[in-house]
Design a protein around this ligand. Structure first.
Ligand code: DX5
Ligand code: ZN
Length: 221
């Protein structure tokens, strides 16, 4: 990921007319799509499972970035991801707050042996220290700039400071991970994260459901 990539978040798409939103992304040559899986346990909201994703990936060529906001019982841990892996996502992200350190290692291995980029997410109040031991091996860090659970919330600039620290850590230690930011992105907050040289930017309510999708997307380019 050299230039900043935009990943529209399907959470804010129109599910009655999902194809129209996907066609809009296709028309604008958007490569990445962000897919938020929520369980009403790790976060106070419930979204969608693998079936909708399969229907999308069967008919389109987007790079899929699955953002899991779920807790998974240890006995079911690997099998939980199976259906998602079959859809051949480009990247899968799990929250460090939702896993034991053992589960995090298992998750990273599972992704990488299936040629999926392994990504860890941190909530706005979670310190980088929590993922420090995994930084040498992961492919991406997702920095949340809102509390996970809902679209349309206000960007938390303090959380974005971690992007800078993660960049420095990568440079100093030769780590290869990219950095993704998710939550509260609009044309103004985009300018902030751009300064931090982030790689992948998620945008939900700023783009979907807006009559001027095209102009808004242009502002993020
Ligand atoms: C929130 C999700 C986000 C959400 C972002 O928990 O992880 O991906 O769709 O929505 P906006 O861009 O509206 O903040
Ligand atoms: Zn997300």
């Amino acid at each position: 990921m050299k230039k900043i990539e935009i990943a529209p978040s399907l959470l804010s798409a129109d599910f009655y007319d999902l194809k129209a939103d996907l066609d809009l992304c296709k028309k604008h040559k958007i490569e990445w799509l962000h897919y938020d899986v929520m369980d009403f346990d790790f976060v106070p909201n419930l979204t969608f499972g693998a079936k909708i994703l399969k229907d999308i990936t069967d008919r389109t060529n987007f790079k899929i970035d699955i953002h899991f906001m779920v807790k998974v019982k240890s006995v079911d841990f690997e099998s939980f991801f199976e259906e998602y892996i079959q859809t051949k996502p480009a990247m899968m992200t799990m929250h460090i707050e939702a896993m034991s350190k053992n589960q995090a290692s298992t998750f990273i291995n599972l992704c990488q042996k299936n040629n999926i980029l392994a990504s860890l997410a941190i909530k706005p109040n979670t310190e980088i220290d929590e993922i420090l031991e995994f930084l040498p091996i992961i492919d991406n860090v997702l920095v949340m700039t809102v509390e996970p659970g809902f679209g349309g919330q206000k960007f938390m600039s303090k959380a974005a400071l971690k992007i800078h620290d993660l960049k420095i850590l990568a440079q100093e230690n030769g780590y290869h991970y990219t950095i993704e930011v998710d939550g509260g992105i609009n044309d103004q907050t985009f300018e902030i994260v751009k300064k931090y040289n982030v790689d992948l930017v998620v945008a939900g309510s700023y783009l979907f459901g807006q009559s001027d999708f095209t102009q808004r997307l242009e502002k993020l380019k």
